[in-house]
Design a protein around this ligand. Structure first.
Ligand code: ATP
Length: 137
């Protein structure tokens, strides 16, 4: 089945929402095939979001993503990439559909609880950024 990468971002961890968000992910039919807790540095957060390097919010994004531990996971499901983005809702929680993870828990476009890959190809690249082959079951 298709795979996608998510990160439970530092705001998710700080708000003690690891369990609730993980429950929703599993309830929606995703199988967790890799999971860990990591503290990103400015360098590793900046590397992960390198495509956004020229964007005005890049500094803020890197600072936030390295502000505390986060929980990357590889998720498996049919149509995982698109279905996961539906589950989490729009990047800006003010625009996210009712009942989505971001609508329910995110404070702002910057602090939006979760990441989700935007394509199968990027999901593979992003998964390799966090997990070695033996860490993906
Ligand atoms: P993600 O990649 O985290 O799933 P996304 O694909 O929904 O998010 P992108 O446009 O790729 O959104 O932006 C990546 C991340 O950068 C967003 O999740 C958000 O944390 C941050 N971001 C995007 N736009 C802004 C902004 N205007 N101000 C602050 N942070 C932003």
């Amino acid at each position: 089945a298709e795979r996608t990468l998510t990160i439970l971002k530092p705001d998710c961890v700080k708000k003690n929402l690891i369990g609730e968000v993980t429950r929703r992910i599993q309830e929606a039919g995703f199988k967790i095939v890799a999971m860990k807790m990591v503290r990103l540095t400015s360098d590793t957060a900046g590397g992960f979001y390198a495509v956004h390097r020229e964007r005005p919010f890049f500094g803020e994004l890197v600072e936030f993503m390295s502000s505390g531990p986060c929980v990357p996971m590889v998720l498996e499901k049919e149509n995982a990439v698109a279905d996961f983005r539906t589950l989490i809702g729009a990047t800006n929680p003010a625009e996210a559909d009712e009942g989505t993870i971001r609508a329910d828990f995110a404070d702002s476009v910057g602090e939006n609880i979760v990441h989700g890959s935007d394509s199968v190809e990027n999901g593979k690249i992003e998964s390799a950024y966090f997990f070695s082959e033996s860490e993906v079951v």
